[in-house]
Each structure stands twice: as C-alpha cells, then as structure tokens.
Design a protein around this ligand. Structure first.
Ligand code: NDP
Length: 369
C-alpha cells in the first residue's frame, strides 16, 4: 500500500489502530516482546537538554508501556543527576561515542534521539546499528540525503524508525482532520497556518545552520506544514516562498521569518509562515465551501482549542502528547506493527522544506515531484 495513504488513514484511527495489529514486515520480534507482555519498553533518551528534561522524562513516568531505562549524554555530570533522579543503573549510561555498546544491553529497546537536528542521523544510525528501535525528534534531519540514510540503515537493521510528531496523537488536531474527512463544512479550499515565537539566547544551536539546518521553518514552521498535510491528506505539488531578516546579525546563518505558499492536487491553497522574531503565532484556519474551523493555539503541548463557523468550539481535555507518542511507539514494537509517523513521513517534510528554501532564495516557484 502507498505509505502516504496508510499514514493518513492511520492518523484518523489512533485507538482503532492500537487494537488492529498490522504486521511490520522485516522487524524481528523485540527483546521486550520476548521477555513477556508485562515488560515495558526500555527507552534511552539521547541528549539531555530542554525537551528531555522538562517534557520527555516526566512524560515517561506517565506512560503505560514505556520506562526510562537509560541515557546518552556528552556530560557525565548530567548523567549523575539523572541517575539519582530516575534510578538509572550505571550500565545504562552512555556517551555518543559508546552508543554502539548498547548492542549488548537488552534493557534498552528504543533510543529517543533528542539532540540538535544536524546530529539526528549520526545518533539514529549508531542506535540502529546497535540493534535499537529509534524515535527521532523533528525535524528528522537537515537534508533529504541524511533522512534517506536513516531510513535505509534502520530498514537494514530491521528496526523501526519513528519521528516525534506529537500532534498526530493530540485530540484537537485529530478532530480537525475528522472535520475535513467527514466534509462537515464541505470541500476544503484554503488553509492559513503559522507558528513562531521570539527566540532568545543568540548563542544557541538553533541559529547555527550546521546544527539546525535552517531557522524557524525547520524548527516550528514544520508544524504548520504538517497541519496542511494532515488536514488535506495530500502532498503539495508546488511551493513558493519569501524570507526576511530585520536583524541580520542575530540571524546571520538562518532566516528570521519565512512565508510560503503551497498548492495541493485537489486545488487547496495553503498560506503559511514561521518566525523567530514575533510573539504568539500558533494557529491554523481552514476554509471549506460551506464553512470554516480554526485552532488557536494549534501546536502547544497543552490547551489547543478552536472555533467553528457553526458556533461550536473545538476543545478536549489535555493529554500528555509525548506520553501518547511514546506509548504508541512502544505498542508498535510490542505488537510488531508499523508506526503511523515513520521516517518516510519525516523525509517528506524535509523534502518540502528544502523546496520552500529553494523557492524563497531563487524567487521562483518550485514544482514537487
Ligand atoms: P537543547 O539544546 O535544549 O538540548 C539538546 C541536547 O543535545 C543538549 O543538551 C546536549 O545534551 C545534546 N547535544 C549533543 N551535541 C550537541 C551539540 N553539538 N550542541 C548542542 N547540544 C548537543 O535542545 P532541545 O531539547 O530544545 O531540542 C532537541 C531536539 O528536540 C531538536 O531536534 C528539536 O527540534 C526537538 N524539539 C522538539 C519539540 C517537540 O515539541 N516535539 C520541542 C522542542 C524541541 P547532552 O549535554 O546530554 O549531551
């Protein structure tokens, strides 16, 4: 089956899929499965920065099928603190250089790669070659070639590769997909979407091209891009773009703000933007032939909510999106079925983002195959 449509269909069926159990061809039965269904999947977090510290480690405590088994870090002092806080044994502490030694450690099933974007391939490949499944943060990498390499290596190792697209597990976003699929407001015509914030510390890796791959497009614009793709269930065929810098010193290596347009095969047009220098941009609005709906905020960890042209609101109790994402990946491994957010999904976004950059720098519309 075309993986793209499989992904879209699965997006709508989060819970149904969990029960369905589709075999994942090529993946050997994991050690967790072999040890019995009661065993939780052991996750090692690679890169103990903000996301790992403030979101992923706490989320792991809320999961049903996962446990924090180990860490990979370049800083032994951080490892000590994590060991004390989360009761992690010495043998489950690794550096980026010793990751390959995980091969002999059955306590770790999954490496969650949470390092800067331009290091995702290196760390994913090391984990897969050590026989571990990989959950990799977004954006998958900084080039199409590196994404493809990650997919190839995980496939050759018979390990699953998923991308950390947490909104595929978030009820308000899923409800908006349902509104489109059920044509509640008719056929979708236009989407406006944007995500941005004011970036602080000028010394951070997000402003360095080699590690970030780009600016706000790669970091947060990817959420707006994702929204257009999961709302339409289609892939864009044409993109145009514009970049701007009002602070060329701070943003010497990456764009400060970017706007882009996409055309989809059904004729839907999307207007999107992303910025590192304006506050509070976090939305999408979708216009169909009989009405509209919007989420604002749309991409937060909590509190995503919206309105509809018929006066109804879109609001659900908050869930921990990271816990849901990790539990789903753990179930994929336990049940030997494919993830709905595979490496191929991450690769598609990177391919489109590269086309957007090409369009923005050349000033020309870029066709996507
Ligand atoms: P941080 O800078 O806070 O942490 C990154 C960590 O990576 C560092 O603390 C460090 O951990 C490790 N690292 C290894 N090599 C380097 C290097 N050369 N330079 C800097 N850090 C290095 O970043 P975030 O946690 O905010 O982001 C990490 C990833 O997660 C990114 O890909 C980002 O896009 C993604 N992300 C996803 C979010 C989501 O909602 N899904 C939200 C935020 C981020 P150590 O010291 O342990 O080696």
């Amino acid at each position: 089956m075309d993986n793209r449509f499989q992904t879209r269909r699965q997006f709508l069926k989060t819970s149904a899929l969990a029960a369905a159990s589709v075999p994942f061809v090529g993946a050997p039965v994991s050690s967790a499965r072999a040890a019995g269904p009661e065993r939780k999947i052991g996750f090692a977090l690679a890169g103990l920065g903000n996301l790992s510290t403030h979101q992923l480690a706490p989320a792991l405590q809320k999961t049903k099928y996962c446990r924090l088994a180990g860490v990979v870090t370049g800083h032994p002092a951080k490892a000590k603190l994590w060991q004390a806080q989360y009761n992690i044994p010495d043998q489950n502490i690794y550096s980026y250089d010793t990751m390959t030694q995980m091969a002999g450690n059955p306590d770790i099933d999954v490496v969650y790669v949470v390092t800067p974007n331009g290091l995702h391939a290196e760390h994913t490949i090391r984990a897969a070659q050590a026989g571990k499944h990989v959950l990799c943060e977004k954006p998958m990498e900084v080039s199409v070639e590196k994404c493809q390499q990650m997919i190839n290596v995980c496939k050759a190792a018979g390990r699953q590769l998923a991308v950390g697209y947490r909104l595929h597990f978030e009820p308000a976003n899923l409800e908006c997909v349902r509104l489109v699929r059920n044509k509640v407001f008719g056929d979708l015509k236009v989407i406006n979407a944007g995500f941005g914030f004011r970036l602080g510390d000028p010394a951070q890796w997000r402003l360095r091209r080699a590690l970030a791959g780009g600016g706000p497009l790669m970091d947060v614009g990817i959420y707006a891009l994702q929204a257009t793709r999961y709302l339409t269930g289609e892939e864009p065929v044409r993109v145009s773009g514009l970049e701007t810098k009002t602070d060329p010193v701070k943003f010497s290596e990456v764009e400060e703000s970017i706007a882009w347009q996409m055309k989809f095969p059904s004729g839907v047009i999307a207007n999107c933007s992303a910025t590192y220098n304006a506050a509070g941009m976090d939305y999408f609005a979708a216009y169909a032939d009989r009405g509209w709906f919007q989420l604002h905020p749309a991409y937060n960890y909590n509190g995503n909510r919206g309105t509809r042209s018929d006066g109804q609101t879109i609001q659900f109790p908050d869930i921990d999106q990271f816990a849901a994402e990790m539990d789903d990946f753990a179930q994929c491994i336990l049940e030997n079925r494919p993830t709905k957010v595979p490496g191929e999904e991450g690769l598609r976004d990177v391919k489109i983002m590269m086309a957007i950059y090409e369009a923005a720098t050349s000033g020309k519309t870029v066709e996507l195959a």
